[in-house]
Design a binder for this molecule. Sequence first.
Ligand SMILES: Nc1ncnc2c1ncn2[C@@H]1O[C@H](COP(=O)(O)OP(=O)(O)OP(=O)(O)O)[C@@H](O)[C@H]1O
Length: 587
Amino acid sequence: MNDYSLETHHDTPRRELLKRLWQDYLRHHVGLISIAAVLVVIEGSALGLLSYLVKPMFDLVFVEGSQSDVVWIAMAIFIVFTARAVGGFGQRVITVTVGLRVVTGLQKAMLSHLIRQDSAFYGKYSPGALIDRVRGDTEALKGFASTALLNLGRDSISLIALLTVAFMVDWKWALFALFGLPLLAFPISLLRRLILRTTRRSRQISSILSMRLDEIFHGVNAIKQNNLEAYEDQRFQKEVGQFFRFQRRSEIGKAGMPAMIDLVAGFGFVAVVIYGGQEIIAGEKSVGDFMSFFTAMALIFDPLRRLSNISGAFQAASASLERIYAVLDLAPTIKNVTAIQPIPKDIQHCDVVFDNINFSYGELSVLRGLTLRAPAGKMTAIVGASGAGKSTLFNLLTRLIEPDSGQVLLGDVSTDQLNLIELRSLFAVVSQDSALFDETIKQNILLGKLEAGEAEVNQAATEARVMDFTNTLPGGLETLAGPRGSNLSGGQRQRVAIARALLRDAPILLLDEATSALDTRTEKLIQETLDALARRKTTLVIAHRLSTVMNADVIYVLDQGVVVESGTHRELLEQRGHYYQLHSTFS
Ligand SMILES: Nc1ncnc2c1ncn2[C@@H]1O[C@H](COP(=O)(O)OP(=O)(O)OP(=O)(O)O)[C@@H](O)[C@H]1O
């Protein structure tokens, strides 16, 4: 049983995550990374060379006053700076490019993975929370990839070069300056744990915030009509407060690392000034020695601070990486079997059969041993009280969900033996939720058949009475439908969805309350089109308004997940049972 969990597994070693990231994404950019590595060496060594040049500058130029040495030292310093500029620029461009490619690659992979998840998964996670994973977590990773990795290469090389110079000048001074660093191991490991823990929590809360915003913006009218502004405000403020607290603790942890390095550096410097100062006074060391050493040490602590920062940034990034791989590791339950059966050639002559279906949403039993047959090329209606399980039948047919037991058949082939894409291409669906996108009305219709020509679109739009209202719009069919079709009325949205289904021209038509939002006149006109279509296609209709199903060849009445009656309109009325009661109530 798939529980569709996106919980992260904190016991997965973070090294494993990095290894996967390398194999899946970074490995492909190994050429660019190698060039960046060379540039890193150039940029990183420049600081070492610079501090090395301080010694001749002091001893030969400032102390001895040698004019001839000024020129080569100045030239050398210029070359060092130029090399550093070129290396730094090239390295940055490459690292940022690789970072962006990794992040956009992850975003693409996450979306194509998520879009193929079972629809039950979307019942568990809100759009806002998923948007936050795809955008927020990958962005968090990008911050690490492009700045931290950039520093990692350059600063490690700088550190090595500068340490070499410091030890070359005087190894004892160098040890004095650095003696406190090993003492930092323990507090730093504590800080790293703090950062990881707090970042994990702040990423979780960030998902909740995105979900909340998504709900608020989608439901803004309901919020206003129910005077819920203050309630939503307070709830959001409380959650933002939590986010603030965890994020701040994480940032404090990150800031703590370089601060500790600074503190230890201070003690080291004091020790060198006292000890080295004595040696210079005694004439054992030159001022140039001291200045060269001092420059190297002063320059060491900058990269060292940044490197210690990386460790914190890595902890933060790994919290996002865990969340990204939790998505990429999720496997859908509804997928193709290994031995796929071909779609029956005579699909238009195949009955649609639900054979002894049991289905439940978790604990809620929805269908209980339901059996019904929708004859090929005929119109079958399914009626019954709200919540009886009618729409669930359509979801089973299109394999958005799977039965707990029993079979859905097309002719004598079980739908779970067919290729999912081929199976779904057999249906044109108009559902209660006529999903429209923020594109033009025409583009929304075209989603039924992307390759359709102008004439086909116009015909579908005319038959679905879309033209009736687009003719009065300045943009006509090119008018934008707005986010989720919000620029159109409920009835207009339904007409666009019907036009899309007509254009699709699939062998099986599924209409779930397809005309419920239309005025009586338009409904009657569209009903004629749909009735004509139903004569050529296998059609299943769900409707509360019984007037729309009176002409159906067979009507099934559902009650609490089972078929309680079936027959034509006339036969069912004569039975004086459930259908008769429904009919009397609504007419
Ligand atoms: N995604 C879901 N998760 C959990 N329960 C669900 C889900 N979708 C539907 N249900 C439940 O399953 C039952 C059947 O729902 P279904 O949508 O099939 O009913 P219906 O007969 O089409 O109702 P209506 O006429 O109101 O559209 C209902 O009790 C509903 O609450």
